[in-house]
Design a protein around this ligand. Structure first.
Ligand SMILES: [Zn+2]
Length: 287
């Protein structure tokens, strides 16, 4: 996700990690994981630079809950986010990942549970999924810094998250294909399960899902990852370039966003119109 610019950060007590093309800071004791995240970030930047225009990579913070407040621009621990002056990710998996798993587990069939366990272990720890999200955050840089971005328009939020998920999907498939199962299992199994227990479900209301512990927001992100997977398969890097380009321009209305998606893949345009009913078994909104 992206966070409103403006707040300062404080690096006191954090440890710098050398050897990366951007500054990296970690909580004490977190060097090994921080280094792994930073290495993925460096690979992602190298890949993204061939696809879209990017500003300079800001400092990367990989911090635990004890240091979250001093560097984060978003209050919920472990919710990865980016601004032009920082990327912040959790050093240990956030509680909302467990909430997501606990919410869907009673409603999924045994095949879905088997998939989750195969990808994330018998205890179903989404930490290895969360570790991939630095690539999503870096992709946000491809559309940040414009005058229109960050307005309160409902469309800019979900379109920017779709763009970031395209970068995440494209990066994993082209650079770390052995991570594809970890990337896709969480969102495919979650999105195939019933949605009645998520309080916010309509796409224009996505911003409201940020209230609470973050798990409802994750549900939206997972749905947009389903669409990003499809869009990458049908339109590839063209989809990322065109959506990032549109987000850098004047604020988009829903009709413009729908037309852009329709040009890329009519199935995805229909999916945003019928959200979240584009999955078999869901009913169209309002029916
Ligand atoms: Zn995002």
């Amino acid at each position: 996700m992206t966070a409103p610019a403006g707040s300062a950060y404080d690096v006191r007590g954090l440890e710098p990690l050398d050897g990366f093309p951007f500054p990296v800071f970690v909580s004490p004791g977190g060097a090994a994981r921080g280094r792994a995240v930073a290495e993925r970030a460096a690979r992602t930047v190298a890949w993204l630079e061939n696809a879209v225009a990017l500003p300079a990579t800001p400092p990367l913070f990989v911090v635990g809950p004890e240091n979250w407040e001093q560097v984060a621009a978003f209050p919920v621990y472990g919710m990865p986010h980016v601004e032009l002056d920082r990327i912040v990710v959790g050093q240990r998996p956030a509680p909302f990942w467990t909430t997501v798993v606990d919410t869907i587990t009673p409603h999924i069939d045994s095949a879905g549970l088997d998939r989750l366990r195969r990808a994330y272990g018998n205890e179903v720890d989404l930490g290895s999924f969360a570790d991939l999200l630095v690539s999503h955050e870096l992709t946000h840089l491809s559309h940040m810094g414009s005058t229109s971005w960050g307005d309160d328009g409902a469309v800019s939020l979900w379109m920017s998250e779709l763009a970031a998920n395209l970068g995440l999907h494209g990066y994993v498939h082209e650079v770390e294909p052995d991570q594809a199962e970890r990337l896709e299992t969480a969102f495919e199994v979650t999105w195939a399960s019933p949605d009645g227990h998520w309080p916010v479900r309509d796409l224009p209301d996505m911003r409201d899902s940020l209230r609470g512990d973050g798990s409802n927001y994750v549900w939206f992100e997972f749905g947009l990852q389903v669409l990003a997977k499809r869009l990458w398969e049908t339109a590839g890097v063209t989809a990322l370039r065109r959506i990032a380009g549109a987000l850098r321009g004047p604020a988009l209305g829903f009709d413009q966003a729908e037309k852009l998606l329709d040009d890329l893949d009519p199935w995805v345009a229909r999916a945003v119109r019928e959200w979240p009913a584009f999955t078999p078994g869901r009913r169209p909104v309002g029916s």
